[in-house]
Design a binder for this molecule. Structure first.
Ligand SMILES: Nc1nc2c(ncn2[C@@H]2O[C@H](COP(=O)(O)OP(=O)(O)OP(=O)(O)O)[C@@H](O)[C@H]2O)c(=O)[nH]1
Ligand SMILES: [Mg+2]
Length: 202
């Protein structure tokens, strides 16, 4: 069974994206396994609107630990893909011990997963992306492990309507990133295709 990790900085929309994928897979009452920072595992079914209200929030580090959904993917017949939503990775020294433990659980998945969806905010992607940044490290790590990694530029709905994407003019827009709005469910087709390929090819 293939395992895909949704990873990125805090508050970029990882959890909302995971819920959108679950919803688009046709699940109305999905089953979630939540591995808490201390290692305890909690399992329950959610109604999607309740999951949205409880698991998505504007505050950073809403997700602590790793939350795992089982996703039905249409490849050769229907197959189950394990989708891990994770604690936002941050090199901010001020985070508390629960967040650190959650990040450690996320890093464990980073070494074990078969594929990654790397979420960055479309508006801020280019500006924050210096060498050694968390996003640059995530990218390097996927390359080192040789696993497929799709970069998702989320919150595309917040880009100025006629404005330039930051960095386009100076050539900083990376190749391979896909513009998505998890809020509106747009740009998701590339992600679905990526998940199909993860299941079939790798
Ligand atoms: N406008 C807009 N807001 C979004 C989008 N995706 C997520 N958000 C909002 O961004 C905030 C963070 O979303 P989450 O899904 O909780 O982000 P996260 O990356 O899981 O955050 P942590 O678990 O704290 O690391 C919430 O207020 C969401 O409603 C999007 O595509 N567009
Ligand atoms: Mg989250």
């Amino acid at each position: 069974m293939r395992e895909c990790l949704i990873v990125g900085r805090p508050n970029v929309g990882k959890t909302l994206l995971s819920l959108r994928l679950v919803e688009q897979a046709g699940e109305q009452t999905p089953f979630l396994v939540h591995e808490l920072p201390d290692g305890e595992r909690v399992q329950r079914r959610w109604r999607l609107p309740d999951a949205h209200r409880a698991l998505v929030a504007a505050a950073a580090h809403t997700t602590l630990g790793v939350q795992t959904w089982s996703l039905a993917v249409a490849t050769r017949g229907m197959r189950t893909l394990i989708l891990h939503d994770s604690t936002g990775l941050s090199d901010d020294g001020g985070v508390d011990s629960m967040v650190r433990s959650g990040m450690a659980r996320t890093l464990e998945r980073l070494v074990a997963c078969d594929a990654m969806i790397h979420v960055v905010e479309a508006q801020t992607a280019a500006g924050r992306d210096g060498p050694g940044s968390v996003d640059a490290l995530i990218r390097s790590f996927a390359r080192m492990r040789g696993i497929p990694c799709l970069e998702v530029l989320n919150k595309a709905d917040l880009l100025p309507r006629h404005g330039q994407f930051p960095g386009v003019g100076s050539g900083q827009l990376r190749e391979g990133g896909v513009l998505v709005s998890a809020l509106h469910g747009t740009g998701m087709a590339v992600i679905h295709e990526f998940l199909r390929q993860v299941d079939v090819v790798h």
